[in-house]
Ligand binder design. Sequence first.
Ligand SMILES: [Mn+2]
Length: 352
Amino acid sequence: MSVSRELSKKFEETIRGTVNELILHFTNKAPKGEFVIVLEGKNKSTLYFYNNEKPMKQKIWKLKPSPDTQKIFELKKSLDVSKKICALLIDRGIDTFEKAKTFFRPQLSMLHDPFLMKDMNKAVSRLLKAMTSKEQIRVYGDYDVDGTTSVSMMYLFLKSQNANCDYYIPDRDSEGYGISYKGIDDAIDKGITLMISLDCGIKAVEKVAYAKSKGLDLIICDHHRPGEHLPDAIAVLDPKRVDCTYPFKELCGCGVGFKLIQAYLKHQGLDESMAFQYLDLVAVAIGADIVPIVEENRVLAFYGLKNLNENPRIGMKALMREHKHFGAMNITDVVFTIAPRIKRSWTHEACT
Ligand SMILES: [Mn+2]
């Protein structure tokens, strides 16, 4: 018996029931020749069909063992909901009354202190300096949904605070993703002295150094994983920085920008709730960027959807106009209705 046959036989022997049927279903469809099955991860398996040319990869889901019945019983007693729901909650780490309350009733007071984010103090003082001395500020984004909603949010906020600002979204074809030399040169030509990058910038080490040499300061708001070196910006806000102890790592770019707004308001002794009007934009970014909707993202998305449903801004209203769904918009509607329309706008622009 060949190695691959032996492996597949072993695999089939170790699994039963539905999963086994699934495997048989796949194996029936497998191209002629031998196949190898490789197991990976805790809850996910990966099947490789080998057909002497290219391995074809498919993923299947393995069933997680049911949670402990005693645990289910205890949670059922405190929540008074069905056993099935209790089991699903425990599966997701929600195993106490308090955790369930947080999950079902997210509160804006649960949002973390924005100053817990590394460099937030530096970002706020530089922004404040630019605001008080009426410097020209540029909001620099990305062409995807997270990037455009971030720019929209930051631009609207700065304008509401009477800032001298403009915005810039790079052209996908000629400039590509992230901070571009063209964007920097254009900013310098226009007398801009502070640029806030959103959803990009964490890896722009050379470009940020170039901007600095030309007298253009940068505040970076990003959520991508940093490279080996951080750019030499005035402030680098990114919860994925290894030296950032911010308690939640999964914010989207718009979420990081939102934290800067929150911090600015807090620092100025202004009502933090002024930032909450932008949560519709944050919710759209959360949905479109597929960041996990847990913890702080869940609070942001919950209240963002509330804004979208109860008091949509004019642009969002227009994007939702053709929406045939009855009842309230949920995050899936956002992903399949609003996000593609925002995405379409830059593809469209690039075609004209
Ligand atoms: Mn993003």
